[in-house]
Design a protein around this ligand. Sequence first.
Ligand code: ZN
Length: 286
Amino acid sequence: MRLANVTDRAHLVVTNSAGSDVLVDIADLSDGRFGPSPTALYDAWDEFRAWADQIEADAETGVAVDRSALAAPSPRPRQVFAVGLNYNEHAAEAGFEPPTDLPPVFTKYVSAFSGPDTEVRIPSGGNVDWEVELVAVMGKQAQHVEEDDAWDYVAGLTVGQDLSERITQLRGPAPQFGLGKSYPGFAPQGPFLVTPDELPDRDNLEIGCRIGDEVVQCGRTNEMIFNVPALVSKISENVTLYPGDVIFTGTPAGVGLGRKPQRFLKSGETLHSWIEGVGEMTQHLV
Ligand code: ZN
């Protein structure tokens, strides 16, 4: 199943007879039982899934997807987690040993959230870097979850960019990850939430991004040091995860900070990000 968030209303994404993706409003389809906001959907996720699995949405009544109207699939999570150094080659380019027991975990503030296709303003004098990431959205409260059970707690996956202003991030006596990575528009996500059962191999997806035509990151999610179930398990040892919570799972190698010479995004450039089977996003830098 794929879900879209349009103006804070959750929609099913279905394919019509012409082969196009169209949107069906979930609150309308369920006579108000589920939704309308995606937040309400995650709070009743198991019940919603059971209902969604047995209904047949009439795709011919669906409305065309307007990508510019799409918002983050989980727009107001109670908590946002972001994971650092979760791919070996990225840890190396960042100058760190790869984590063995627990990766660095920080947050991106919700005010930085946006939909998949946006214009992102470069802060004055800022070094804005790209980090394409698989994003997991929780579908169930989780505490001390075993790794083997952890996928059952995940509602779905989407594409994310952990855009990072490196000067702020690395300024001061200790790094400022939260502030440096939370300028407006620095957490684009989308286009849809894709449930894990839609993917042939949910633990092994191609992930990448390019600036214009130049591919700058390309990896696979099976290269993660801590995969999605391991992250859910590890994080839930410390904190309670809630439905709708968002986890940015770390970026593969190829960020601008790790290049020689270093390279950052410039006004006028376009950043395209993709994850196999999950979708694509486009950010225009201004
Ligand atoms: Zn990141």
